[in-house]
Design a protein around this ligand. Structure first.
Ligand SMILES: [Zn+2]
Ligand SMILES: [Zn+2]
Length: 95
């Protein structure tokens, strides 16, 4: 028997005889920019690529923030989210 080794680009699955060509191919693919619109209080996120579009995602995030304000819990929820997310979401307000 005979074993043949080839290399495949993990992005487009094109095959190459050398690893360096496959790596070059992989690196030639552009990265995809993605965004998520987050509620600044609870950290819930909406994808602007979804059916509601960027405007719908923004509306939902703003509406969620407004609901926290209406309930008078905006800062409280923000601080909780801040700690739960390790500082990624929410915000720390000085007590
Ligand atoms: Zn490729
Ligand atoms: Zn929220």
């Amino acid at each position: 028997m005979k074993i043949e080794t080839y290399y495949m680009c993990p992005v487009c699955t094109k095959e190459y005889w050398t690893q360096s060509e496959a790596i070059e191919c992989r690196n030639s693919h552009p990265v995809v920019k993605k965004q998520i619109y987050y509620c600044e209080a609870c950290g819930q996120g909406w994808n602007p690529d979804a059916i509601w579009g960027p405007k719908g995602a923004a509306d939902r995030a703003r509406k969620c923030e407004q609901e926290h304000r209406d309930k008078g819990e905006f800062e409280e929820v923000s601080i909780r989210t801040f700690f739960l997310s390790g500082g990624r979401h929410g915000r720390y307000y000085e007590p």
